[in-house]
Design a protein around this ligand. Structure first.
Ligand SMILES: NC(=O)c1ccc[n+]([C@@H]2O[C@H](COP(=O)([O-])OP(=O)(O)OC[C@H]3O[C@@H](n4cnc5c(N)ncnc54)[C@H](OP(=O)(O)O)[C@@H]3O)[C@@H](O)[C@H]2O)c1
Length: 801
């Protein structure tokens, strides 16, 4: 049983700051989560806060008097081990500007990636995070009585006397200058006080990333791996510029320095605009549908809310100190007290995974990319990876699936620092969480394949595929720990859906979104799934589907779905919708991507109709062939649905749209397999009997074709217009093909697609094989899921190679 996380106070030696002031009665407030065996050590080194006090102080400014600080330093601690168990690796987290030390547990800033069974698992590693020096959540900072002021920055000469009314330089009203070197030194003091000599991995984003870079430079031997995210080796002029304006907003508040309120709100509002990128803001705070000259735009209320929230929870002097720290970040400047000469990145020995965010407008991803390049050039192990996020800089607090994958990768980096000679870490798995809709032929086979293949998938693909939910028309099962795959049927059958609408599935999507690499897998043939896909994309969930219907929606609705997926940077895979596990969509996409021009697509796309054609050619009467197909489970419950040709028409439509043709269902000319008048019969048995009247006609047609060396096939044709102004040809129907035609060779329920293109003219490019069946279709769905897993890790890592 893992104990709950704890918060502790740690009295530390005085800390001389870079600019010359000195922090006395120095204290760091820390957060710990780890194995039970850590507790005697932690109790002997630090004062663990009672739970009520932690709750009471959560995101509340801590202001301590000198006496309180003194008393803390003098409180005795029980005897116990001076060092923690070395066999448990230590992971150090460094928080960003206004965060606190509570990285995990309920409300922690990285809660979704920390906890039992998650990437940072307190049963396997010791997690530590300290409130940064200068902050106001329990470590020494300007909110404490006696914290030094700017006038104490003794290393630099005092400023010119103030002009009357000029607040900017009134040094008595400003906190002492703090730099990330100072903040890193405070953390090193805390690690020393706890007896932690080695840190297996240190990570953090934004200001946290800057501080951890300072740690890796100041004490290169101590840190084996580091993951700076959305940070830089020095504060750019851009960052300094934004901080300057934010600071002015605060200083100009009429209540400064006693209790600036609006100024702090404005500073935060301005900062929020640099933390978030336009696409994310648009998607979450788009304009009101109605217009009014008085109502706030959603974006305005969002900023007001953010401003007020920070004012209620943060200290203005701390905010100034921390903005200043960011400004003064520069790894190439030797920190005060250290010799000049070789300083900066060249001292780093940690193996590095530097992470940028593609839409980051505060710390452009190039900074992280360059850092990795520099480290590689000096012989370090360094990789670069990018988080793709519509939200920009704050992506490191939002994109959980990607973060999970990257942190797993980081844990597996070979150790640098002083641990270079140790054995390589074990490659952790990429966790993918599936919500499966439909447990029929395809869904059922998929669950069976996942059960039997789990260890192979982990070994060969590095993917841990967990089924967290299964839904059919009457049952809904969801378990964040994963559904045991040898009991899924019993577990699912014990549940009941709460209604017939999509409401309960939406609730489950809300829970799924919080898990690493969430994927919605649709193995139904249900209508209306497009709505659920859109809701999934908006929640950052990928979609894999075997269901053709959402792809055959009217053109605008389908486009809307694609654009929602793109806007949220989610994957949508549907390879099985045309040829079960045959790589039809992928082949077509590759032809188009490489600039080939498709002139004709021909295919036998229905396993059921292929089987019927084959049986008829072998001499079986029509009515018997349909009965046989039905007995073997190849047809829909009413075989009419196959014989209508609508399913093939949908597949032709999907292929045509993949070519970029703006076409709809009505544009596909459909000739059913049997005469239309037969298809009106609703009763299955009467329908099958009615086919007997056509046995003769079909037999003589087949005979006639045989004499002409031709065979009957149910063929789909997609022919893009050869010239501008012409219309595309989309046709599905029974057709007689010569014996040399590739379709003539098909046997049983085999399917084929032939692409005639500018490059493949003489011999069309053929894709052929089993075109239906639960097992092959499920395998195709699984391949699509693995593609999502690969893209969420492999692509970025490959880019860094
Ligand atoms: N079978 C193949 O060879 C093949 C090949 C390529 C593509 N596909 C496509 O794959 C999909 C599944 O085919 P299948 O043969 O597995 O069908 P199936 O055996 O009829 O199974 C369909 C499943 O979907 C469930 N379902 C229906 N509506 C639902 C809803 N609104 N919400 C949640 N679950 C719902 C059903 O639940 P109940 O059990 O409660 O009825 C059933 O479990 C279809 O779109 C099909 O066109 C199939």
């Amino acid at each position: 049983m893992t104990p709950p996380p704890g918060v502790f106070d740690l009295p530390l030696p005085d800390l001389p700051l870079e600019a010359g002031a000195r922090v006395t009665s120095h204290v760091a407030r820390g957060w710990w989560w780890g194995p039970e065996q850590d507790l005697p050590w932690l109790r002997s080194r630090a004062h663990i806060l009672p739970e009520e006090k932690v709750r009471e102080n959560t995101l509340r400014v801590v202001r301590r008097t000198k006496e309180e600080l003194q008393a803390l330093a003098e409180t005795p601690r029980p005897n116990g081990p001076a060092r923690p168990d070395n066999s448990v690796p230590t992971v150090l987290l460094v928080h960003a500007l206004t965060g606190d030390m509570r990285a995990g547990g309920a409300g922690g800033w990285w809660e979704p990636v920390i906890g039992p069974g998650k990437v940072f698992d307190p049963e396997r590693v010791r997690l530590l995070c300290f409130n940064n020096l200068g902050s106001c959540y329990g470590s020494s900072g300007p909110a404490d009585e006696g914290f030094p002021r700017r006038v104490d920055d003794s290393r630099f000469s005092p400023p010119e006397p103030l002009a009357k009314g000029d607040l900017r330089l009134n040094e008595h009203q400003l906190p002492a200058t703090i730099t990330p070197w100072d903040q890193a030194r405070a953390i090193l003091q805390a690690l020393d006080a706890l007896g932690i000599e080695r840190v297996s991995l240190v990570t953090g984003g934004s200001l946290g990333g800057m501080i951890l870079l300072c740690l890796a430079v100041l004490d290169p031997e101590r840190f084996e791996r580091m993951v700076p995210i959305a940070a830089a080796a020095e504060a750019s002029t851009w960052v300094v510029g934004w901080n300057h304006v934010a600071r002015q907003a605060l200083l100009l508040d009429p209540e400064f320095p006693e209790a600036p309120a609006r100024g702090l709100e404005l500073a935060r509002q301005l900062a929020m605009l640099t933390y978030r990128a336009e696409p994310g803001l648009d998607s979450r705070h788009g304009k009101n549908p109605g217009w009014s000259s008085r109502a706030l735009y959603p974006m305005q209320s969002y900023l007001e809310y953010q401003g007020q929230k920070l004012r209620a929870r943060f200290d203005a002097q701390s905010y100034l100190a921390l903005l200043g720290a960011m400004d003064h970040h520069d790894l190439s400047r030797a920190p005060q007290g250290e010799p000049d000469g070789t300083w900066g990145i060249s001292r780093i020995r940690a193996s590095t995974l530097a992470v940028g965010i593609d839409n980051d407008q505060l710390f452009y991803p190039e900074h992280m990319k360059k850092l990795a390049e520099r480290l590689r050039a000096q012989g370090q192990h360094a990789e670069y990876a990018e988080i793709s996020s519509i939200h920009g800089h704050d992506g490191f607090l939002i994109e959980w699936g990607r973060l999970d994958a990257l942190l797993r990768r980081a844990l597996a980096l070979p150790p640098g620092g002083g641990g270079g000679s140790r054995a390589q870490a074990v490659e952790p798995l990429t966790e993918v969480n599936l919500l499966l809709l439909g447990r029929g032929t395809v869904g059922g086979n998929l669950l069976e394949q996942l059960r039997s293949q789990q260890s192979v998938l982990a070994r060969e693909h590095g993917a841990q595929l967990r089924v967290t939910g299964i839904v059919d028309t009457r049952h809904l099962l969801f378990d964040t720990r994963g559904v045991p795959l040898n009991q899924w049927r019993e577990r699912l059958d014990q549940t009941q859906r709460s209604g017939s609408g999509p409401g309960d599935v939406l609730d489950v999507l809300e829970r799924l979104r919080r898990l690493p690499t969430p994927v919605l897998v649709d193995c139904t043939a249900a209508d209306g799934m497009g709505f659920l896909y859109a809701e999934a994309f908006k929640r950052g969930i990928h979609v894999v589907t075997a269901n053709k219907k959402p792809l055959a929606l009217p053109w605008e609705s389908r486009e809307q779905l694609f654009s929602t997926a793109r806007a949220n940077q989610r994957a949508w895979h549907y390879e099985t919708t045309v040829g079960a596990s045959l790589p039809v969509i992928r082949t077509l996409a590759d032809l188009v991507r490489t600039g080939d021009r498709v002139r004709l697509i021909e295919g036998c796309l229905s396993g059921t109709l292929g089987f019927l054609c084959d049986q008829l050619t072998q001499g079986l009467p029509l009515s018997k062939a349909v009965r046989l197909a039905r007995e073997r489970g190849y047809t829909e419950p009413h075989p009419r649905d196959d014989l209508l040709g609508l399913d093939v028409a949908r597949k032709a439509l999907i292929l045509a749209r993949e070519l970029g043709l703006v076409v709809s269902q009505e544009d596909v000319e459909v000739e059913p397999f049997v005469p239309k008048q037969l298809l009106a019969e609703d009763d299955v048995e009467r329908f099958l009997t009615s086919l007997e009247a056509w046995d003769k006609a079909f037999a003589s047609r087949i005979e006639g074709l045989r004499a002409e060396r031709r065979v009957l096939r149910y063929l789909a044709r997609v022919e893009p217009p050869a010239k501008e102004g012409q219309l595309p040809v989309l046709k599905v129907g029974p057709i007689a093909v010569p014996q040399e035609h590739p379709a003539a060779r098909l046997r049983g329920s085999e399917a084929f697609v032939a692409f005639t293109t500018e490059r493949h003219t003489e011999w069309p490019l053929l894709v052929q094989g089993a075109g239906a069946g639960g097992a092959v279709t499920a395998a195709g769905v699984l391949a699509d899921v693995l593609e999502v897993a690969r893209a969420s890790t492999g692509r970025a890592l490959a880019r860094s190679a």
